[in-house]
Design a protein around this ligand. Structure first.
Ligand code: G1P
Length: 290
């Protein structure tokens, strides 16, 4: 029987330079969409998909992130005394059971692949997921749950995919499908940020991965690219010739790239429009700007 996926790695070591000066003193992952930090969205998605252990790969200056996940007894007491049950629940939902959360530091900015590799001792011998917090996805069924369901019938390694405009392929990991299918594709190649004329497709890897511990061996064999970064895409590509192979999953959902300002702003608006208490007034305001 395939082992259940229980662990998730969140690489959160980046400097967030696209959001300077804000990120001078707050980690990007704590920046807020409506009333919740960016990290909370991927965390909720992971919990909904049955993840029980959470591993954050951090770096210097990310203390606010650790504090965010900590208990906050004074605040909780205050809300309890005032009878603010809903708020109390919201606060409690940000905390973890003891021993289910771990932080590990990436000491050098050697790229996403290196960040994942830093967590190797905490993963052991079981499949796990990697979630990139920048990719916020609004969907009926959380994308990670969609992927884990698909994984349960295929095994192997799986990356989340979405079609992007051809002129944007050089911002993404791009895959070369072996088979055609409407949702799950077996892949024969993956390439990180190809030039448009060299891209094998316009199917882009979006920040959701299901990986097996084999990836740590492949990462160790992956040389740094021209920028000195070890790319997870290149390491995953090494597994395409093995059984049971590498699959892409074209997910359903609207994805926002919160790694840049436009995506972040759009996600904030889209998420606010989903809140019944904000929707009508915000819609009126947006119309008034036209
Ligand atoms: C990373 C990955 C890339 C992927 C992208 C998705 O790139 O390296 O393969 O397509 O995330 O958001 P980054 O956005 O960190 O440059």
């Amino acid at each position: 029987m395939m082992s259940k996926i229980k662990k998730a790695i969140f690489p959160v070591a980046g400097l967030g330079t696209r959001f300077l000066p804000a990120t001078k003193s707050i980690p990007k992952e704590i920046m807020t969409l409506v009333d919740r930090p960016l990290i909370q969205y991927s965390l909720d998605e992971a919990r909904a998909a049955g993840i029980e252990e959470f591993i954050f790969v951090t770096s210097r200056g990310k203390g606010a992130l650790e504090d965010y996940f900590d208990r906050s007894p004074i605040l909780e007491n205050h809300l309890h005394k005032k009878g603010k049950k809903e708020l109390l629940q919201i606060v409690r939902d940000t905390t973890f059971d003891s021993g289910t959360i771990a932080y590990i530091r990436q000491h050098y900015p050697h790229g996403l692949g290196h960040a994942v590799w830093c967590a190797r001792q905490l993963i052991g011998d079981e499949p796990f997921v990697v979630i990139l917090t920048d990719d916020v996805i609004i969907s009926k069924e959380p994308v990670l749950s969609q992927m884990i369901n698909a994984y349960e019938s295929h095994g192997g390694t799986m990356v989340g995919l979405s079609r992007v405009p051809w002129e944007n392929v050089s911002n993404y990991g791009i895959v070369e499908p072996e088979s055609s299918g409407d949702k799950i594709l077996r892949l024969k190649g993956l390439v990180e940020k190809p030039k448009q004329e060299k891209a094998p497709s316009n199917l882009a890897i979006i920040g959701r991965y299901i990986l097996t511990p084999r990836i740590f061996e492949d990462l160790a064999k992956t040389p740094p690219d021209a920028n000195g970064e070890i790319q997870i895409t290149e390491a995953i590509a090494k597994g395409t010739t093995n059984s049971p192979g590498v699959y892409g999953y074209i997910f359903e959902g609207q994805r926002f790239d919160c790694g840049n300002k436009m995506g972040f702003l759009q996600a904030g608006i889209a998420l606010a429009l989903q809140r019944p208490e904000l929707r009508d007034e915000l819609q009126d305001f947006l119309k008034s700007l036209e």
